[in-house]
Structures are given as C-alpha cells and as structure tokens.
Design a binder for this molecule. Structure first.
Ligand code: PLP
Length: 370
C-alpha cells in the first residue's frame, strides 16, 4: 500500500469548474485586479469574520504588508517563535526590523510565558503564528500586547478555517496574514495570500500600497509596490472556499483517528494536547516520536511518505547565528526539531491507508502486529 503525503494530484484531478470560470475570465481580459479579485476579497473577509481583506501575491508578501502598514522597520524588534517556516522571520528582516525568537510550548505554539522576558524599548510587535493549523494562546498574547502597548500581527498562513472559541485566526491581531500556497488549508494553483484587518486606515493605506500607491491611472498618493494576487488564482481560491469546511471536517476525522490509535503507544509517540475550544486545520499532523529518523526511514521503506517541519529551528540557521549575539533558552524547540514527524492526514486518505500507517508505526516500536 502507498500512503502519499502530497494530495494535490487528487485535489485538482478534475478542474472543470475552475476551467469554466477561467474561460469567463479570459474573455474579459481582466488580468490585474478586477471582478474576481474583488469577489474573493469580499467572500474571504466574510469567511474569516474580518471587516477588510487585501489579497496578495503570497503569504510572505502578506506578512511584509502587515509590518509595513504599522510602520515597523529599522531599529524595531518583533517577537515571534523559532519553529516557523523561514517566511515569518524573513518578512521581519525584509522591512529592516529584527525578529526576536521565542521558545515554543508542548503544542508547538509560541510559549506565552516567555514572551515578557523578550520585551524591551525597541519591541514594536508580537507576531504569533498558528503553527500546523493549531493556535497559540491568543488571549494571553492580547493581554501582554495591551500591557506593553505592542501591536499584534498574526501569521495565520496555516490557519484558514481554524477557530478559537468561534473566532477565526486573523481576527485577534491589528493586521494579519494568510497564505494560499498549495500546501495550506485553502490553496491555489501556485501562490496566493491575503491580509485582513478591522482597521479602516490600515486597509485604505494597504489597498493603495499593494498597487503602486495609485489613486488612479494618472496619480499616486505615495510610493508603493505591486503585491497583487493573480485573478486566475482568485478564481481557484473562490472554488476552494466552497469546499474548505468539508475538507477540514475530513482532515479532523483522520486526525482524531490517528490520535486515538497512536495514544495507545504513548511511551513512544506523543500527541499534542488538543484544546476543546480550538478548531484546528491540521495543516500539519505532527507527533513527537522516539527514534524519529529511524521511524521515518522505516515508514519510507513501507511506502508511507512523511516530512519534518523543520529539522533546523530558525535560531540555528546561519544568517540568524551570524547576526545575533544573544543566546536564548530555546530548548523545547530544539528538542522538537529532533523528534517531530509530520504524517499524512489529508482528506483523500482512506481508512485502509490510516490503518496501514498506524499498524506500521506500532510494528516499528512493538515488533508485533497487535
Ligand atoms: C506558508 C507559510 C508562510 C509563507 O507563505 P507563502 O504563501 O508560501 O509565502 C509564512 N508563515 C507560515 C507560518 C507559513 O506556514
């Protein structure tokens, strides 16, 4: 049996609905901004429960736009966690600011009790991310931000469709970013992203900044950039939004099934705590396991594809080490980098594939089929 990690060939196997809309779009030649982009922005902000949306080229651009819109730049510090994808810290560097990397908790989220010790007079914002499609303790982060007068920028790139007590990621911070990269919960056929905010001034500024600062074809109000989403991708995103909640339900069923079965070997495999009032997207189904590298090889030999997110935390990356004299205590993230394994959990897995995966993991540790 083969258990693929990559679900894209299954997801886009029959693209007839997308092709139909693309044909309509091609007839109109609205290849920059226009009807589909407007429609996506309206639909997306409604889905998230935010007042305004500015769609972008990708999630990294969305993060950069968030930082820019708050005037964060040279000399400023932004607190985030060390176990993210490069883009989180990369966006902070891109605006000339410095990421201050915090450790993580046992749910792989920013460790809120360590944030305070990283705040100083240069600190401008906290940038928590919804790692793996689960969420950090946003209410605690809000309390800290309020006390120290800091902005919050949520990196909700993996969090489209998640919830914390009915509130969506992207509705806690001042201005917040999402990605629609092919491997995120809402995905397009290439790159796409979005910023959401409830602040009208931020929205008005960003909408212009994303499009060269233009008021109209003949005039600009300030120098801007081009971070526009491709209308072709706005079409894909609109189709994706229709199926998103259904897909997330299937992913949750798969994750619950894996949780339940893998808890039976808790001396070898640790499942993160699932909080009752949180809905996760299971963008990544991650477990902490003994002998991770050997298990990964063993599963590979048995045609089960797995990934590691990520073997080297951001503070161990060369450009960070070269630029930072301070050494923080980031031992949880370092331990997780050695033991985390990401298993397939996508909506196209069958019960037989899930069972096969569980059986092989159990066999690896127990050497019997029970
Ligand atoms: C994917 C991701 C990004 C980057 O998004 P892109 O659309 O690939 O630019 C940033 N932060 C996190 C947490 C992500 O998962």
């Amino acid at each position: 049996m083969f258990v693929p990690y990559n679900y894209l060939p299954y997801e886009f196997k029959n693209p007839s609905k997308i092709l139909k809309e693309w044909k309509k779009l091609i007839k109109t030649s609205e290849f920059t901004l226009g009807t589909y982009v407007n429609k996506f922005e309206k639909t997306f902000s409604k889905y998230i429960g935010a007042k305004y949306c500015i769609s972008t080229n990708n999630g990294t651009d969305a993060l950069i736009l968030c930082l820019k819109s708050l005037g964060i730049g040279k000399g400023d510090e932004v607190i985030t966690a060390t176990n993210s994808f490069y883009a989180t810290a990369g966006a902070i560097y891109a605006v000339g600011a410095k990421p201050i990397l915090c450790d993580v908790d046992s749910r792989y989220q920013i460790e809120t009790k360590k944030i305070k010790s990283l705040i100083n007079k240069r600190t401008k914002a906290i940038m928590p991310f919804h790692w793996a499609g689960a969420s950090p303790e946003m209410n605690k982060i809000l309390t800290i931000a309020k006390k120290y007068n800091l902005y919050i920028i949520e990196d909700a790139c993996m969090g489209i469709g998640a919830k914390i007590s009915k509130k969506s990621p992207g509705t806690f911070g001042n201005v917040n970013a999402f990605s629609m990269h092919p491997l995120k919960s809402l995905n397009v056929m290439g790159d796409g992203g979005a910023v959401v905010t409830n602040n009208k001034n931020i929205f008005n500024w960003l909408k212009k900044y994303r499009n060269h600062g233009m008021i109209n074809r003949d005039k600009i109000s300030f120098w801007g950039v081009n971070n526009r989403i491709q209308p072709l991708q706005a079409v894909v995103a609109l189709e994706g939004l229709k199926k998103l909640d259904y897909n997330l339900k299937k992913r949750k069923l798969n994750a619950d099934y894996l949780d339940k079965n893998l808890r039976e070997i808790s001396e070898f495999v640790k499942i993160p705590k699932r909080l009752k009032h949180h809905k996760e997207t299971y963008a990544l189904y991650m477990i902490l396991c003994k002998n991770r590298n050997k298990l990964k090889k063993y599963l590979e030999k048995n045609n089960i594809e797995t990934k590691i997110h990520y073997p080297v935390p951001l503070h161990k990356q060369k450009p960070y080490r070269n630029n930072s004299k301070k050494i923080f205590n980031l031992k949880n993230s370092e331990n997780q980098a050695k033991h985390l394994l990401t298993l397939p959990v996508h909506q196209f897995l069958s019960k037989a594939q899930l069972d096969y995966m569980v059986k092989k993991i159990k066999y690896f540790y127990l050497k019997n089929d029970s």
